[in-house]
Write a protein that binds this ligand. Structure first.
Ligand code: SF4
Length: 287
């Protein structure tokens, strides 16, 4: 397959066959995100993408899982997305699911009937970056979405049978905004009730363009923030993961059953004295 770099996929899509239906991110303005900083958004021609599907089917006919890249495949017009799914169903007889990155407004641009139809055609998981439930902070980081709309997008998608995997960013509010970020994110997640939830950590690096006054949260602060967020989560059926390499400690559990274990594990860590209180601590080499 010919891919145009940069190409990103969620960690859970490591085993999926990937097709790029567009290049880059249509929004590409979030202050904290450098993923597609140097690429211009471009929706690919239908026939060109179809050529990739056919090539993929010749080589990997047994494929069960497909990820459609890049940054917001859900923004494609309904008919185009539907036709892609119809083709994938035709070309890959063992296909079980097609997953995509999505934004709140691109989901809400589809009607309920359209979302249900996409689900029938095996669209399965929508990866959505909530980042924070703090509306003011969403504006400060130029997310281009409101938490209120993202709640609607997740609830409607899940009512239509789609699964939403929601990501939040620890440290996004900086030192001063940490508590508000934790509490308002928990409140919004409680309204969303996502089936999957991931917490990643944001650390400002040279080249990031965060808002004036932003101060990076220490390793200790990020763990306290996560603890506060978890304490206020009331989720009925959510798989939670904070095992991305950017996290100070890998965590995994299911809500509601594992909530108290997650909290007591974090309390032990907070009182261990082993967390860096002055800086972000050890980070993976790419941060
Ligand atoms: S919408 Fe997503 S991919 Fe696009 S700039 Fe924001 S965080 Fe990055």
């Amino acid at each position: 397959m010919n891919y145009k770099e940069p190409l990103f996929r969620p960690p859970a899509e490591a085993e999926s066959l990937i097709f790029q239906v567009a290049y880059g991110c249509p929004h590409n303005c979030c202050r904290f995100c450098g993923m597609y900083k140097y690429s211009r958004y471009e929706e690919r021609e239908y026939d060109e993408v179809l050529g990739d599907f056919k090539k993929g089917a010749r080589k990997y006919l047994e494929t069960q899982r497909i990820f459609l890249a890049d940054g917001d495949a859900m923004i494609l017009p309904f008919e185009k997305l539907k036709n892609y799914l119809l083709k994938l169903n035709e070309l890959f007889p063992k296909l079980t699911r097609v997953n995509v990155y999505a934004n709140g407004s691109s989901i809400l641009a589809k009607t309920r009937e359209q979302l249900c139809e996409l689900r029938r055609l095996k669209l399965h998981t929508l990866y959505l970056g909530l980042e924070t439930g703090d509306e003011e902070l969403l504006k400060l980081v130029n997310k281009g979405e409101t938490a209120e709309k993202m709640v609607d997008a997740v609830r409607i998608s899940q009512e239509c049978g789609l699964r939403c995997s929601v990501m939040v960013l620890l440290g996004l509010g900086g030192k001063n905004g940490s508590e508000k970020h934790a509490l308002e994110t928990a409140a919004v997640l409680n309204k969303m009730q996502p089936r999957l939830l991931s917490a990643l950590r944001f650390v400002e690096v040279p080249g990031s363009k965060m808002f004036t006054g932003y101060e990076t949260v220490s390793e200790y602060g990020a763990v306290c923030e996560l603890r506060k967020m978890i304490e206020h989560l009331e989720l009925a059926k959510t798989v939670f993961r904070a095992n991305h390499a950017s996290n100070p400690v890998p965590l995994e559990g299911r809500f509601p059953n594992d909530k108290s274990n997650l909290i007591s594990g974090l309390d032990k860590l907070i009182s261990s004295g082993g967390l860096n209180r002055k800086g972000p601590g050890q980070l993976p080499f790419w941060l």
